[in-house]
Design a protein around this ligand. Structure first.
Ligand SMILES: [Zn+2]
Ligand SMILES: [Zn+2]
Length: 320
């Protein structure tokens, strides 16, 4: 089969041939139909998030066909121990022994992959593979970040990419307001946010003081943390939704004072996946996707880094 492997950190993924993996007991062999690109892939490629063992096949928003014909989704969470204090208290996302798809086990930038069946999810009816792929990380983890905002009505989203474009639709469905903040001057992303029903869209340099009930930061820029804290009302929450961020600059305690809460969101639980995949068709969430053949997977990552598209990139193997 054709597969993209990451041999060495900092070097583009190589296209190569491998034999189709064999499924162990409890695993599904999945013919990959689509695999969404995530900013975490860039952090892995750049060495900002460590990969324990190379080479590795990246890609953790996989939609494919199991051998019995079912359309299944394979997310970032690939395996948990089931017995630690986190696993036994509904927080398997924090399991210290957790393995992640496209980091600890091979992912979806390939024609075939295998996955633990207990961590695979049925794709909801009405979602073609290409449209479903971004639901599996951008959708799921974006939703976990959204839930951390509690009942906030006015929510700021800093960095309006794949996760923001899904979350905006869910928020609207729940009669909440999304205020999108993009890179200063990114008119395309701002127009995209307005098209999806955001109440306002502006550059992050235009975020005002104390007008939001909560804020979610998807952009990997630590300088946004004090900006977001200043933008939320007393008691408001700021959620950092990414796996990696540049350092947070020091800021006055007054920005946190008045019971503002700053927190991160890590990974996902299987309950998150079940909840979000049941909700998506009710909204219904539609995704804006840009298709790249497996041959152009590196271009998809480069375009994500440069902000050259709105919505989500999806890599599609051709199975020729
Ligand atoms: Zn991801
Ligand atoms: Zn555990």
């Amino acid at each position: 089969m054709n597969v993209r492997i990451l041999d060495r950190v900092g070097v583009p993924m190589q296209l190569t041939k491998r034999s189709i993996p064999a499924a162990d007991p409890g695993q599904l062999l999945v013919r990959v139909l689509a695999c969404g690109v995530c900013r975490t892939d860039l952090h892995l490629l750049d060495g900002e998030v460590e990969i324990p063992e190379l080479p590795r096949v990246l890609g953790h928003q996989i939609v494919g066909e199991a051998s019995d014909g079912r359309l299944v989704g394979i997310p970032w969470l690939a395996w948990t121990c089931g017995e630690c204090v986190y696993c036994t208290t509904g927080r398997e996302n924090l399991c210290p022994r957790a393995r992640f798809t496209g980091r600890d086990v091979d992912g979806g930038y390939a024609e075939w992959t295998v996955a633990d069946e207990r961590f695979c999810f049925p794709i909801p009816d009405g979602y073609p593979a290409l449209q479903a792929a971004p639901l599996l990380c951008a959708g799921l983890i974006g939703h976990r970040a959204f839930r951390m905002c509690g009942d906030a009505r006015r929510i700021g989203v800093f960095g309006f990419g794949a996760a923001g474009h899904v979350l905006c639709q869910v928020a609207r469905h729940e009669q909440r307001e999304i205020h999108a903040f993009t890179r200063p001057g990114d008119r395309a992303a701002q127009a995209f946010a307005m098209e999806l029903g955001a109440a306002t869209a502006a550059g992050s340099d235009e975020a005002g003081a104390s007008s939001l009930d909560a804020a979610i930061i998807f952009a990997p820029d630590g300088a946004l943390v004090p900006i977001a804290l200043r933008a939320v009302v007393p008691g408001g929450t700021v959620v950092c939704g990414g796996i990696h961020m540049s350092d947070i600059p020091s800021f006055p305690y007054a920005d946190l004072w008045q019971e503002r809460v700053l927190r991160s969101v890590a990974n996902l639980t299987r309950a998150d996946a079940e909840e979000f995949l049941a909700l998506a068709p009710l909204v219904p969430v539609t995704t804006r996707v840009h298709r790249y053949p497996l041959e152009r997977a590196n271009d998809a990552l480069a375009d994500l880094r440069a902000g050259r598209f709105t919505g989500a990139a999806v890599v599609v193997p051709d199975h020729s």
